[in-house]
Design a protein around this ligand. Structure first.
Ligand code: UTP
Length: 293
């Protein structure tokens, strides 16, 4: 009987340099999308997929992340007294819906290194990694499909999405072989941020992974690359020499918040999907386009 996946790891210790100065004193993962920090959407996605053990890898700005998922009795008392019960439920619910753990990455030495910080917590179990740069559409089933695929095959699963050729140099890219399942590919190579002419395909690795615990051995073996960072793609490439890795290809919504323009677009789109905000946002967009276009 294979071990059921119960743990999610969310690396949140990067420097977020593309978002300075907003990220000088707070993690990028705490930037709000409409009215929730980005990381909360990702935590909710993990919970929806059935995961209740969430390990957040933190570096600088640890306090705000830990405080956000902790109970705040003072605030709760105030909201109760002010009869702001919706707001009260909103903040209590997320704190109670999972068990939160924190591990510290002493230096931002890359995504591979950040994941290595989860080794003691994860033990010998499979685990999911979710990057809070990438938000999935509400009700996305990508993570749960990946977990089922891992459960059925015992293999590492990467989330893949087709991107425009000119965008591939922002992502890890894969070469692959098709399988009898249209959503599943067998990955043969991973290349970090290739130039469009050198990219082996249009399939880019998105920020959702299901790993088996033996990935830690491979991360430990790779040499630091650019800026002394341990690149996760290097570890996956090494892993591929000994094991099969599968890709789960999805087409539905995925929103980037790692750079300023996509972050703004994500905010508008999430707000347009909220019945309480939709009309107001449409009015704002109409007004702005009248004045600026
Ligand atoms: P990114 O490369 O997108 O994040 O890493 P970054 O380095 O913070 O951003 P820029 O490029 O400087 O603007 C993807 C995810 O991995 C985490 C980040 O916090 C982000 O969620 N990460 C990255 C770590 O936890 N530790 C690291 O050493 C690097």
């Amino acid at each position: 009987m294979r071990t059921l996946l119960t743990k999610a790891v969310i690396p949140a210790a990067g420097l977020g340099t593309r978002f300075l100065p907003a990220t000088k004193a707070q993690p990028k993962e705490m930037l709000p999308v409409v009215d929730k920090p980005a990381i909360q959407y990702v935590v909710e996605e993990a919970i929806t997929a059935g995961i209740q053990d969430v390990l957040i890898i933190t570096g600088r700005g640890k306090r705000s992340l830990a405080d956000h998922f902790d109970r705040s009795f003072e605030l709760e008392y105030y909201l109760k007294r002010a009869d702001k019960l919706d707001e009260l439920n909103g903040i209590v619910e997320i704190s109670e819906s999972a068990d939160f753990y924190f591990a510290r990455q002493p230096e931002p030495l890359g995504l591979g290194h950040a994941i290595l910080m989860s080794k003691a917590h994860v033990g010998n179990e499979p685990f999911a990694v979710l990057l809070a740069d990438d938000l999935m559409a509400p009700n996305s089933t990508v993570l749960s499909e990946m977990m089922i695929l891992n459960q059925n095959t015992n293999k590492i699963i990467l989330a893949l999405k087709e991107v425009k050729p000119e965008e591939i140099s922002m992502y890890g890219c894969v070469s692959y072989k098709e399988t009898e399942n249209a959503n599943v590919v067998k990955i043969t190579e991973v290349v970090e941020k290739p130039e469009p002419e050198a990219a082996p395909s249009k399939l880019a690795i998105m920020g959702r992974y299901v790993f088996s615990s033996d990935i830690f051995d491979y991360i430990s073996q790779i040499a630091p690359g650019k800026n002394g960072e341990l690149q996760l793609t290097d570890a996956i490439q090494l892993y591929l020499q000994d094991h099969e890795v599968l890709g789960y290809v999805f087409t539905d919504g995925r929103y980037d918040i790692g750079n300023k323009l996509d972050y703004l677009k994500t905010n508008f789109e999430f707000a347009l999907n909220r019945p309480d905000l939709k009309e107001g946002v449409i009015e704002i967009l109409k007004d702005l386009s009248r004045r600026y276009l």
